[in-house]
Write a protein that binds this ligand. Structure first.
Ligand SMILES: Cc1cc2nc3c(=O)[nH]c(=O)nc-3n(C[C@H](O)[C@H](O)[C@H](O)COP(=O)(O)O)c2cc1C
Length: 371
């Protein structure tokens, strides 16, 4: 069901959330998504607790927000209880309504220091760390985790119960283990076992929700109170508003089409430039634009040129050139000819045959490849 949801003292209008994708779900994307509607809580890209306490410019930039970007959760990572507590106090002092603890990040540099998914194997220590934060702040504290370290150690249900006992207000669970990375299937039964482990607090399911139908299956089969969507929000930024309608009426709104997707991408770039400046905004957008292009059909030429994007004017030129380049792939109505239409993305837990190369969710290369 599409419904409002309580996270501790906070009521959120929609139970369809945006999951953090470091480097992608920054303020500009969140503002663009909000304009489309249907979105509940958004979580900003994870921020290092110590950097936040030290008020480093990069850390403060990560938690930058606007009234239109609410309600927002800021996610902290770190393993030193006092630092996590003090960073949570910084988050609270900036008027941010939710603080989230990263317990799922499999990136080596986070795990090595005892943060991220390393937290999933030391239940008591992790619960103590969470308790320290809960006792220090008045805002709700949530925790985002995976199912466990590996299939032999599915600790999420026990950890969720321990966290509920120390006052954590909601659990967000990606239905994979740390060992799985982004491979294999999202384990709905695993998410359900977390839902069943807690007494009162909401559990938010996560992983591979790429369509309204996938959201409905995750909600129905796990009993989770809401879903949070990461990569699927890039694949289809309308996923929140469309899922809301689908859950309420059973009807799917029409696909927005190429030109509407391009307009949205342009708005996103405009916001990037507004928030980060033209040079840095365009540089960051080089890795973001290809995610939009997954729905464009043939797009090699677009991706090639956008890889060196340096200005807003250049983006206009790239788009004008790409529209011409794309024309031979269109029919008389201006729609992609059937053999050029991209394969529909299907959630791992809805696939009947192994996923083909083209319909898998992307996990970008680079420093975040271990997410
Ligand atoms: C590029 C990238 C960056 C991510 N950054 C974070 C992060 O900062 N914090 C976090 O808890 N999870 C992070 N994740 C994991 C996502 O929030 C989410 O749990 C995962 O992608 C599965 O959901 P999805 O299939 O809807 O994308 C990241 C994932 C990707 C692909």
């Amino acid at each position: 069901m599409a419904t409002s949801i309580s996270i501790g003292s906070l009521t959120v209008e929609s139970n369809l959330f945006l999951a953090p994708l470091a480097g992608f779900t920054s303020l500009p994307f969140r503002l663009v998504l909000r304009e489309l509607g249907g979105l509940g809580l958004v979580t900003a890209d994870l921020v290092n607790a110590r950097s936040l306490i030290e008020q480093r410019a990069a850390a403060l930039k990560l938690i930058e927000t606007r009234p239109a970007d609410q309600p927002l959760a800021v996610q902290l990572f770190g393993a030193v209880p006092e630092e996590m507590r003090d960073a949570a106090l910084v988050v609270e002092s900036r008027g941010i309504p939710v603080v989230d603890i990263n317990m799922g990040c499999p990136v080596r540099k986070v795990v090595r220091v005892g943060g991220g998914s390393a937290m999933m194997v030391e239940l008591e220590k992790t619960a103590r760390l969470a308790r320290g934060i809960v006792e220090a702040v008045k805002i709700p504290v949530t925790a985002k985790m995976r199912l466990g370290w590996d299939s032999q150690n599915l600790t999420a249900p026990d950890l969720a119960r321990a966290l509920e006992d120390v006052g954590v207000a909601a659990i967000i669970v990606h239905g994979r283990t740390r060992d799985q990375g982004f491979g294999g299937t999202v384990n709905l039964a695993g998410i359900r076992s977390v839902v069943q482990a807690v007494k009162r607090i909401p559990v938010i399911g996560n992983g591979d929700v790429v369509s309204p139908a996938a959201a409905r299956i995750m909600l129905n089969e796990t009993g989770c109170a809401g879903v949070t969507i990461g990569r699927g929000a890039f694949y289809d930024p309308w996923i929140f508003t469309h899922t809301r309608s689908f859950l309420q009426t059973g009807e799917l709104p029409p696909d927005p089409g190429f030109e509407a997707r391009v307009r949205l991408m342009e708005r996103h770039l405009d916001r990037m430039i507004e928030v980060f400046g033209e040079a840095a905004g365009c540089r960051q957008f080089r890795k973001i634009a290809p995610w939009y292009a997954r729905r464009f059909g043939p797009a090699i030429e677009f991706k090639r040129r956008v890889a060196t994007l340096a200005s807003r004017t250049e983006f206009q030129e790239i788009l004008a050139h790409y529209r011409e380049w794309r024309r031979p792939f269109l029919d008389d109505q201006g729609e992609l000819k059937p053999n050029y239409q991209p394969a529909a993305m299907v959630a791992s837990f809805m696939q009947t045959t192994p996923a083909s190369k083209t319909d898998r969710l992307p996990t970008p290369q680079g420093p975040v490849e271990f997410w």
